[in-house]
Design a protein around this ligand. Sequence first.
Ligand SMILES: Cc1cc2nc3c(=O)[nH]c(=O)nc-3n(C[C@H](O)[C@H](O)[C@H](O)COP(=O)(O)O)c2cc1C
Length: 177
Amino acid sequence: MEFYQVIKTRRSIRKYTSKEIDEDVLKRVLDAARIAPSGSNRQPWKFIIVRNIERKKTLAKLCHNQSFIAQAPVVIVACGKNIHYNRGEWMGDYSVIVDVAIAVDHLTLAARAEGLGTCWIGSFDNAEIKKYLEIPEDVNVVALTPLGYPEDPSEFTETSDRLPLDQVIFFEKWGKR
Ligand SMILES: Cc1cc2nc3c(=O)[nH]c(=O)nc-3n(C[C@H](O)[C@H](O)[C@H](O)COP(=O)(O)O)c2cc1C
């Protein structure tokens, strides 16, 4: 798929078929996350691949009962190891979130290129998911996403609900259009 077409038609998918994902397709999508950039190339991420139906259902509950998450054949839990990034100044405290978010964005775009749907999940109970998946103390969940084939592939429509460019761009300094 053409690069800009991938970006324009990546949409949040909340209905999935049960069709399994081939291992080589899954590997390509995960590899897109693996090669993402990160501060000082620290790569502070781990991705937990969940396929077990009971475990997916429990995760969906821990995402404030977003039951569609368990419908997808795979749920990915993106985690970040909490290392303070000195050179990041005030960004240091957030760097792990930035790093993992970039990797997850790579993943969602690669998924789209493969015809797979994702939905960034930011509403979840970090403490409970950590307990449930035995995630270490110094690691937090940054995002989850279901991964699977959309029930209705026509949902991959071009994004139209965004602010126009002239409302999000300033020239040279804040407020100058
Ligand atoms: C940080 C973040 C958190 C989000 N959390 C959720 C969520 O918990 N549940 C959900 O259904 N969608 C969630 N979304 C998806 C957004 O609602 C969606 O990206 C937005 O409405 C734009 O739609 P689109 O992804 O189809 O372009 C989240 C997206 C982001 C980037």
